[in-house]
Design a protein around this ligand. Structure first.
Ligand code: ZN
Length: 166
């Protein structure tokens, strides 16, 4: 097969078969690699979303909440990336995940709130913003907490499930 003149290198062959079917879902989460495997397991097994599209960036969806500390560029970039995936991959579901001890919030001014309260407010605001420009899209929020050497994912959806995607 013509490979455009590229050398036929003996690359690493993944043992995981390729499945071309999309599941119509994306996750926006923090790029903190210590939580990567657990996030994957939660999305695959906990939420039943294999092959979900990934948007990993420091703080996850927090930049959508529009801090002064976050550059406007970051906010716009995430909005654009998300809009692209929503349209091009026909997403029906977007999952936002924050986590305990997130470095993004280190030294952040949270005006009297605890970091977790701030994270909850940010997830809510980010979810509302995504919903407002994408009718019919289900947007969910979760929080990864360290408990006895493991990560437990809590359901942080403020609204009941029936209110999602309306
Ligand atoms: Zn983080």
């Amino acid at each position: 097969m013509d490979n455009g003149g590229l050398p036929k290198a003996a690359g690493f062959a993944s043992q995981i078969p390729f499945d071309e079917h999309r599941v119509g879902a994306a996750a926006v989460y923090c790029s903190d690699g210590r939580y990567g495997e657990q996030m994957d397991e939660f999305l695959h097994t906990g939420l039943g979303l294999p092959r979900y599209d990934r948007l990993a960036l420091p703080g996850g969806a927090a930049c959508l909440a529009g801090y002064l500390m976050t550059s406007y560029h970051e906010k716009l970039a995430l909005e654009r990336e998300l809009e692209f995936l929503i349209k091009a991959h026909e997403l029906r579901r977007v999952v936002l995940i924050a986590h305990q001890g997130c470095g993004f919030y280190k030294d952040m001014w949270t005006s009297g709130r605890t970091v977790e309260q701030q994270q909850a407010a940010d997830l809510r605001q980010a979810a509302e913003q995504i919903r407002s420009s994408n009718r019919g899209l289900s947007v969910e929020a979760y929080f990864g907490r360290r408990v006895e050497g493991r990560v437990v994912f809590e359901d942080w959806n403020a609204e009941p499930a029936v209110a999602l995607g309306t």
